[in-house]
Design a protein around this ligand. Structure first.
Ligand SMILES: [Zn+2]
Ligand SMILES: [Zn+2]
Length: 254
């Protein structure tokens, strides 16, 4: 579902406002394909000890982080430098980090869902670096979580990888679904609460509406969650297209 098809590209390319997002999305998508092939071929994701009821599923699993990941990290940094020349120097600094530092940062990122210090560039690069692996992991194990367990899952963190959602949608029955920023897992969350700090009082949340899209803004943590209303739409939520569409939505558009 989240594969980038010709049709998806046509949708993204049509709207001039999405041009930059489209180029970024497509450039990273192309770069990702070889990494996906490599991971598919490896035995990297064959775990015998995944507990399908203990979340996030990746907790306590040992992902083998290797030099190939490091090379892909550097490739991702090169790509980001081309796309964002204004911050190329800061990106280059990340690209030049040592392998041992990269490994330590990766372990923290994958196991504890965090990095040492607030560093948006490093976070972005690690996110892109491990996205292929986490998406494949989610495809392999995420669907094995029983629907009973899924029904009762109430956390704001992804049951597969433990990350927060960056977008969401209202499904045909009006439930608010969150979509993981790392592995695209989808899970149900309360309709009104904040998916970042878990504030749950209606007065904590402001909702801005524009056509079939809305932004939930939390007054406590200032967190934003863009959401698509799919109640009247035909077809499934496509994370690639909808992320691009939502990224150009601003609160001023309300
Ligand atoms: Zn996830
Ligand atoms: Zn919040």
């Amino acid at each position: 579902m989240s594969d980038l098809t010709e049709e998806t590209l046509a949708v993204l390319g049509k709207n001039p406002e999405t041009a930059k997002v489209y180029h970024l999305t497509f450039a990273f998508y192309r770069a990702q394909q070889d990494e996906i092939k490599r991971i598919r071929k490896s035995r990297m994701l064959h775990f015998s000890n995944v507990k399908l009821f203990a979340f996030p599923l990746i907790k306590n699993l040992d992902f083998s982080i290797d030099k190939e990941h490091f090379l892909y990290f550097k490739k991702t940094a090169d790509l980001l430098m081309q796309l964002e020349p204004v911050i190329a120097n800061q990106i280059r600094k990340k690209k030049e980090m040592s392998y041992s530092k990269f490994k330590a940062a990766s372990e923290l990122f994958l196991k504890e869902n965090m990095i040492d210090e607030p560093d948006q560039i490093l976070l972005f690069l690690l996110n892109k670096t491990y996205r292929p692996m986490l998406i494949l992991f989610r495809k392999r194990y995420g669907y094995r979580i029983s629907s009973n367990v899924k029904e009762n899952y109430r956390s704001n963190l992804c049951p597969v990888c433990g990350a927060t959602a960056d977008v969401g949608y209202l499904n045909t029955s009006g439930a608010r679904m969150l979509v993981c920023s790392r592995c695209d897992m989808q899970w149900r969350y309360t309709r009104g609460g904040c998916s970042i700090c878990r504030a749950d009082k209606p007065e904590d949340i402001e909702i801005y509406l524009k056509d079939d899209k809305r932004i939930y803004r939390c007054k406590r943590c200032s967190g934003l969650l863009p959401v698509v209303d799919m109640r009247e739409k035909i077809g499934d939520f496509n994370p690639i297209v909808e992320r691009a569409n939502l990224s150009i939505l601003r609160i001023e558009d309300r």
